[in-house]
Design a protein around this ligand. Structure first.
Ligand SMILES: Nc1ncnc2c1ncn2[C@@H]1O[C@H](COP(=O)(O)OP(=O)(O)O)[C@@H](O)[C@H]1O
Ligand SMILES: [Mg+2]
Length: 237
């Protein structure tokens, strides 16, 4: 079943279109990677899904619901959560306060404690540091917090914008493992935006290559990892 469907969208900043007729879909419990170089339009695609930069043409559906004209809080309430590029945790708040903020649009407030427990099970390091100021943690820990905060909304679709950015290779691997675990244990659909094509193609079920605002290639992670173009342009081999 299709969880998310993006059909032929155009998104502009002022007079300039950043996405030109971009289409993709994400199935139930699927990890879909979106790879591409800096400025290709990856973040804009996620922002369009979240209704932060709505499309001027095309359509975005979540299940059977057309979300292209919704407000960002409406999209979150429907079950889509974003862990933004650059993490953007609140540095002067504790880990736990940051997590609580992720649940602010939930109607079932009495169930957020159970979700927090699950988040802590995925990220034991966050449990250990729950009373620590978020700004005093390492980059990898802040990335975990950003993902954990998105999970607190209890989404059915999780959008991750460059979770590996700026992390040491060992941390990249660790985050990758946890993303896989969250996907399989929670049956959660995930869009994984990455400049680290190597990590993303290994982790995903399917992937899209975005170039200059539209999809240039698509396939399974394995198919794309063996494509000559992807190897040369994104894997450096
Ligand atoms: N707030 C903005 N205002 C104007 N142009 C923007 C803005 N954000 C992104 N862009 C432009 O849109 C294009 C796609 O950017 P982005 O989606 O951030 O790419 P990526 O995430 O793949 O690096 C780029 O040309 C970028 O310069
Ligand atoms: Mg980006």
């Amino acid at each position: 079943m299709t969880r998310l469907s993006v059909e032929d969208i155009q998104v502009s900043y002022g007079p300039r279109a950043a996405l030109h007729g971009l289409s993709l879909h994400v199935g139930e419990a699927e990890i879909v990677a979106l790879i591409g170089s800096n400025g290709a339009g990856k973040t804009t695609t996620l922002r369009a899904i979240m209704a932060l930069t709505p499309p001027d043409k095309g359509k975005i559906s979540f299940g059977d619901t057309d979300i292209s004209r919704m407000s960002p809080p409406g999209v979150v309430a429907l079950g889509i959560a974003l862990s933004p590029e650059g993490r953007r945790v609140f540095p002067q708040m504790t880990v736990e306060e940051n997590l609580q903020l992720g649940a602010y649009l939930r109607k079932d407030k009495n169930e957020t404690a159970a979700t927090m427990k699950r988040v802590y099970n995925h990220f034991p390091r966050l449990r250990e540091r729950r009373l620590q100021m978020a700004g005093s943690m390492s980059g990898g820990e802040q990335q975990m917090l950003a993902i954990g905060r998105a999970l607190m909304a209890k989404p059915r679709l999780l959008l991750l914008d460059e979770p590996s950015l700026g992390l040491a290779p060992i941390r990249v691997q660790e985050i990758g493992q946890i993303i896989k675990e969250i996907n399989s244990e929670e049956n959660l659909s995930i869009v994984l935006v990455e400049q680290n094509a190597n990590m993303a193609l290994r982790l995903c079920h399917r992937a899209y290559v975005i170039e200059s605002g539209s999809i240039a290639l698509q396939g399974t992670g394995e198919e794309l990892a063996s494509s000559e173009h992807v190897r040369k342009a994104y894997l450096g081999i």
